[in-house]
Each structure stands twice: as structure tokens, then as C-alpha cells.
Write a protein that binds this ligand. Sequence first.
Ligand code: FPP
Length: 283
Amino acid sequence: MEGWDTSLSEVEQRLQELLRSSGRLPKHVAIIMDGNGRWAQERGLPRVEGHRQGIQSVREVVKVAVQLGIPYLTLYAFSMENWRRPQVEIRTLMELLHYYLRRELPELQRHGIRLRAIGKLNALPRRVQRVVADALQATASNTGLTLTLALSYSGRWDIVRAVQMIAIDVRRGKLSPEDITEERFASYLLTRELPEPDLLIRTSGEMRLSNFLLWESAYAEIYVSNLYWPDFRRCAFYRALLDYIRRERRFGMISEQLGAYRLAEEIATELEELLHAVERRVH
Ligand code: FPP
């Protein structure tokens, strides 16, 4: 099997170096990959073709996250609401997931990626559950990027599940209601081992959270791209990151309290120029 093409042009290397050395890259990027169906329909192709092309975007974004040393990437691959789709589409999505995890496992290993999954995993077809479990186990001790796939996931479902677990612990006397703090609550969520997302990207121009990481995204910076997911390749990812590192995250404070945290304008300009140069080479 051919591996990932990891060769980078000089200008892209420089762009990556400067992004890294800015010290402002997000620790955790979460992505709502939307618009596969529309991408295909606009080309007169079956919707599933959009999902197929979407896999290539997954590869590119994962690769860039690894290259930039972003420690956590979470992808909304299948929502609980997606079970309402036509059977044939669900089947294809499950096939693609199965294919991706089997085919990509050696590359995940080679790059030290630790795979995680959140969601109601036992709702997935058995053979998908098996391949997910195998990939989780095989990559468990890797120390590079933590790649989390949200599969049969719903933010509200996870919150309700956490409340149920807390109630059980209270009933058993393991926890008293006064001890239920925000941190304690978050420790019952499936995302407990992940930091909160700093950057939440959604493609295809929709301004919705669609039940994704509802609790966890309280302070996330939201970036909406008008591109459909199959068109969201590495340049689009760089653009989202550049947009993010130029933002001022105040966490309730005022601008003056943050002082030196702002990105120097000359670095922002150089990043912008490098990205233009990379875009010209890619397109
Ligand atoms: C949304 O587009 C996308 C999905 C429901 C699935 C995303 C899945 C993949 C990219 C492939 C498998 C993923 C991995 C991680 C291997 P949509 O169908 O809702 O598009 P629409 O809004 O245009 O109909």
C-alpha cells in the first residue's frame, strides 16, 4: 500500500514552520464535515460519491494536523441523527468507515496517531464495531495526534448519559450533589480525556452546531467555511488556522488584560503571503 505523500514544497514548509513557531496553534480542532451530499449532487453524482471524496479531505487534514503538531483532532463522522438517512447511504458510510480504518491503520501507526471514538458505538454494525475496536487497541499506546472520531454521536445524548451516571453514583453514595462541579461533570463525558476544542470548524456554510460537542464547545472559536467538505483540503485548513491565530480569545476578560497575546501584524502578513503562495502552487 502506498503511504501518505508527506513531501512539502519549500514554501509550504516555511508556512508550517511559521504557524508552529507562532505558538498560537489550537491544541484541539473539532470539525463538522458537512456538504458531501451537495458536493456530489451539484456534479450530478450519487451522494455517496461525496462521502468518498470526503475521505481524501480527512486524509489531508489529518496529515497537516500531524505535521503541525496539533495534538487533538476530532471529526464528526456520523451523528445519531444520521441514522434517519436512506439505508443505502448509511450502508455506504459504514462501508467507508470500515475501509478507511482498515486501509489507513498502517499510516495511523506510522505517524504515531492514537485513535479514539466517541458515541453510541454499539449502534454501529458489528463489523464496523470490530474494526473500530481493533484500531483503538492497535493505536492505544501511540503518543502523537489523538484523532477522535465521533460515531453515532450526539452531544445531548452524551450529556444525558453523564447525568445518568452521576445520578447512579449519587444513589450509591459515591458522590454527593454538592460535589458536582463543572469539572466533575465533564469527567463523566465521553470526551473526558480531551481538552476542550479551541477551534470548531464547520464546512458548507451552515451556521449550526448540529448537536456536536455541546458542553465542550462553550469557549470554542467557530470558523465556518463555505466550501463543501470534499473541497476542504489542506489550504482551506491552513486558512482556518490562520484565521484562528489572528483572533483574540478573551475568555471573559478585556482586551487590555491580554496585552502581549496579540499576533504581531508582520507575522500575520507573512503567513498570509505564504498561504497565497501555497494556494497558487496547489490550484
Ligand atoms: C456530511 O455531509 C457528512 C457526513 C454525514 C459524513 C462524513 C463522512 C466522511 C467524510 C467519510 C467517512 C469519515 C471518516 C472519518 C473516515 P452531508 O451528507 O450531510 O452533506 P449535505 O449536507 O450536502 O447533504
